[in-house]
Write a new protein. Structure first.
Lengths: 379, 522
């Protein structure tokens, strides 16, 4: 195969895979438009059929209309890319990692702890060590459900959901106890100084952005070019065949869950060190859950996840502008994201409406969502 | 032999055409079935038999053509319509609910009601008993179907059809799950039904069965009727040629084998099934290099677990397994593969392939991690693709390219893909579990040839098959498995069908009868 035909084949494959998510987004935006029209009396006192147009225009210009807006979109997308990969790579192995949220929080917390301890050190020491601490914290939060699944059959969905609560409890204990700051009025840590990520783009484009950008091709390489990725994908697509082929599904489950935890932990660390600057109990409460929608939207493919994260990041970036120009509350973005997720999971309906033939094999990620609830074990 | 050849057709299908995107599954098929006739439908997998029957049973709407019953055009839009018109189907995989009783299964979907609420079983039970008795069967309508043997379950399916006043019975590969003895019995049943005026459509790919039971044989290839024959005026070679479209050698010449030293030694192993019950008890046998050792047995007599133990997917909890002298009782699949064990699994879609992966990835499923397919952690996609294209050419896998998902292949080509992977390299032992189950004649021929070719290069082959003919045709020695034990090891060239069949069915306990059959059979 020449390079040209290979690129062409990849393009055709990509188009086939992206078709249903794209249609889902379109349908969700239409449903969102209807909701906006229905709720328009609350905004202006009468029905306003053009409100969706105003709103979507405002959102678009807020997200992409200015340099700062674009940077905001990218910054919002950063933790979603990393946490989205943490969910997506799990899907590839047939695992439904609902625990990205807990891994994200623990990653942020361990990064905060390391950052505080190194507050007097040089940034060249503090930043890598704090990021590393975040990755290790997340890794631990992924390793536990992985090991439990591999050796006891405990379902990762149940364990990761529970660990999300444990992570919340650990977080509030830590910041009201050992990590509580000196001169603060509520439960939070001191400001992180040495470990805070430098800004290199616009007002708040921190280097976490670059980490997310690099992680996409790295994840792609791992999944599609390395032997470990082949083992992960085989275990996800057919665990019996993986065993037959001499792979070790148990080890792969532990490895994959740990890797997912590491990525989500890195997302937390980057968000904390680049965005917030100190740790509170209300630290970014939904990234780990939005990541599930992003991973599904991106069809569990790293490049797809990148696009999904950019979409969600842009919607959040444009929500302020939408509120100002269209008078709609920023929560409307949450409604839109939820609608996209709903429409995505109703894939069969979308295919029927638009008469799209099922591509068949590439539905692994949704299969692992439904199999998760059926209790079909992989161990 | 062929009664009422000139009587009018009970059921007629005229010019049935059914198109699916990209294929014409049925291309103007016409078929006439008379009352009191057994009409065999013969064709390879994918020839269009199933589509035609789906049209007849209301599961698929034909694009062209019509169906006539007793000279009247009828419209069949659903299985319900079909049953109402007197057309019933006995599927290859029985559509029975194991926990329900015989009576409930027969009534299911058409329950007689008492006071509009309760199912009225009393009348039905009596009628079922009566119907059974008319065939000489003692049927207990209250017995759960799950407790019945496969042969009896099939009778329940037939009773179900008759109970619903079927005139036309369609049997889809009815003998695939039966032992030779059970097959004989079901043939008796079919002959009775025929005598009573039922019209029977018998779908099969076993040529000798069709020749034995059918009055008319219609052969379908690529969606078209390619010929119709009377059994008296044809033979197996003629039918096979019609089916495949070229001359086929039905029984490959297995030639002389030259067994050398022992390659696989299984000594007194005990193996449990998934539920922890011991289903293989004290099994001992050896396979020598350069011979085919066949294991015959009715499915579910411990063969799966025995294969699992030999291939490392299961552990024998007692006994030892040696490969070329090395103890491999506890070896995992990877180690066995490195030691030269190739394994064609019985459930090829579950174990043998990752259906969503391209052919090329499936061809390196157990060699993906070492050169030339990988250097360190990095896969070499070019080498994988080159290797795949070579293997596809060598093993004649019909596919548009090496990069399409393996699920787009037909069953025969999927199996060739597995064979291409497992037969290559420095193989010392090949474990073939149901290697040709569900395959067409052409693929079976190909796989048998490959197995014999490998035997002749000195590979030890363990063949496990529920298809008795396959075991008889290929094996140098045959071990008969019954209830978890190898009850007898016979010479493959002198063993007779009857002898092995009886051992499969009874374990050889009634040795008197066995003696008789051996004497009269050979």
């Amino acid at each position: 195969m020449t390079a040209q035909t290979r690129v062409l084949a990849a393009w055709q494959r990509g188009r086939a895979v992206a078709l249903v998510p794209a249609l889902s987004i379109a349908v969700a935006l239409l449903i969102g438009a209807m909701i906006m029209i229905l709720s328009s009396p609350l905004v202006s006192g009468e029905f306003n059929p053009t409100l969706p147009v105003t709103a979507y225009q405002a959102m678009l210009s807020g997200a992409f209309g200015s340099f700062d807006g674009v940077v905001r979109t990218l910054v919002n997308a950063t933790p979603l890319v990393l946490a989205g990969l943490a969910v997506g790579i799990g899907f590839k192995a047939g695992l439904f990692n609902i625990g990205a949220q807990g891994q994200f929080l623990i990653g942020a917390l361990t990064a905060a702890a390391a950052g505080l301890a190194l507050n007097e050190a040089s940034p060249f020491v503090a930043i890598p060590l704090a990021l590393l601490a975040g990755m290790l914290g997340g890794l631990l939060w992924g390793f536990v459900p992985g090991a439990l699944k591999a050796y006891t059959g405990a379902h990762e969905v149940v364990v990761t959901i529970m660990l999300n609560y444990v992570a919340l409890a650990v977080l509030s204990w830590a910041i009201s106890g050992p990590l509580r700051g000196q001169n603060v009025t509520f439960a939070r840590t001191d400001d992180l100084v040495a470990a805070s990520l430098p800004i290199f783009l616009g007002r708040d484009g921190h280097i976490g952005l670059l980490i997310a950008a690099v992680s996409v091709p790295l994840a792609s390489w791992l999944l599609y070019r390395s032997t470990i990725g082949f083992e992960i994908r085989t275990t996800g697509a057919n665990p019996d065949a993986a065993r037959y082929a001499g792979m070790h599904p148990r080890n792969l489950i532990i490895f994959t869950m740990s890797l997912c935890g590491l990525l989500a932990g890195l997302a937390g660390a980057s968000q904390l060190l680049g965005e917030v600057g100190y740790m509170t109990a209300s630290f970014s409460t939904t990234v780990g859950f939005d990541a599930i929608a992003v991973a599904l939207l991106g069809r569990a493919h790293p490049v797809g996840i990148l696009f999904g994260a950019l979409l969600f990041g842009a919607m959040q970036a444009g929500s302020g502008n939408m509120q100002i120009l269209a008078g709609l509350p920023v929560q409307m973005v949450g409604v839109l994201q939820a609608t996209i997720l709903l429409v995505l999971t109703a894939e069969v309906v979308i295919r029927r409406i638009f008469r799209v033939q099922a591509s068949g094999p590439e539905l692994v990620e949704l299969a692992s969502v439904s199999a998760s609830y059926g209790g079909k074990g992989t161990g | 032999m062929t009664p009422e050849l000139h009587s009018p057709a009970l059921l007629e299908m005229r010019g049935i055409t059914k198109r699916y995107p990209g294929v014409v599954a049925n291309d103007g098929i016409s078929l006439q079935i008379r009352a009191g006739e057994i009409h065999a439908l013969l064709g390879e997998n994918g020839a269009g038999k199933t589509t035609l029957m789906n049209v007849l049973y209301g599961l698929a709407a034909p694009d062209e053509g019509e169906i006539l019953m007793e000279g009247q055009t009828i419209k069949i839009a659903s299985p319900h319509d079909a049953i109402e018109r007197g057309i019933s189907m006995v599927h290859q995989h029985f559509m029975l609910v194991p926990v329900l009783s015989v009576a409930d299964n027969i009534l299911l979907g058409d329950e007689p009601m008492k006071n509009l609420v309760f199912v009225d079983r009393s009348v039905a039970s009596a009628r079922i008993r009566e119907l059974g008795a008319s065939f000489g069967w003692e049927i207990d309508p209250d017995r759960p179907v799950g407790q019945l043997s496969v042969g009896w379950q099939q009778r329940v399916e037939i009773l179900k059809a008759i109970y619903r006043n079927a005139k036309v019975l369609v049997l889809d590969e009815p003998t695939a799950v039966l032992t030779p003895q059970e097959t004989k019995e079901i043939f008796g049943v079919l002959r009775r039904l025929k005598a009573e005026g039922y019209a029977i459509i018998f779908i099969s790919h076993k040529l000798y069965e069709v020749l034995e039971i059918a009055d008319t044989i219609t052969v379908i290839r690529r969606g078209k009727v390619v010929g119709s024959r009377q059994p008296a005026a044809t033979n197996e070679d003629d039918l096979a040629e019609l089916m495949v479209g070229r001359e086929v050698e039905l029984t490959v010449d297995r030639g002389e084998s030259h067994p050398a030293g022992s390659m696989l030694e299984v000594e007194g192993i005990f193996v449990n099934d998934d539920r922890g019950r011991e289903v293989v008890h004290d099994v001992t046998f050896e396979v020598r290099a350069g011979e085919i050792f066949g294991i015959a047995g009715v499915a579910g007599n411990g063969q799966d677990e025995l294969v699992g133990a030999v291939t490392g997917l299961r552990r024998a909890h007692r006994g030892t397994i040696r490969l070329g002298g090395d103890d491999v009782t506890r070896a995992d699949p990877r180690r066995l593969h490195k030691m030269g064990v190739g394994f064609v699994p019985g459930d090829r879609q579950r174990f043998g392939l990752v259906l969503s992966f391209p052919l090329s990835d499936n061809l390196v499923l157990n060699d993906y991690y070492h050169p030339p397919y990988a250097r360190g952690l990095v896969r070499d996609d070019d080498a994988i693709l080159r290797g795949a294209e070579a293997a596809i050419a060598r093993y004649d896998v019909r596919t548009p390219s090496a990069t399409v998902p393996s699920q787009t292949l037909s069953g025969g080509n999927q199996q060739k893909l597995i064979v291409a992977r497992e037969f290559e390299g420095d193989v010392r032992l090949l474990v073939l579990d149901q290697p040709t189950r569900g395959l067409d004649v052409g693929s079976i021929e190909f796989i048998h040839r490959q197995a014999i070719a490998r035997r002749d290069t000195g590979v030890a082959i363990l063949l496990v098959s529920a298809e008795l003919d396959e075991v008889l045709e290929l094996s140098d020695r045959i071990g008969v498995m019954y209830r978890g034990r190898i009850v007898e090891i016979l010479d493959g060239r002198s063993a007779s069908r009857e002898e092995v069949g009886l051992l499969m069915a009874t374990g050889g306990r009634s040795s008197g009868i066995q003696q008789q059959i051996v004497e009269t059979g050979s």
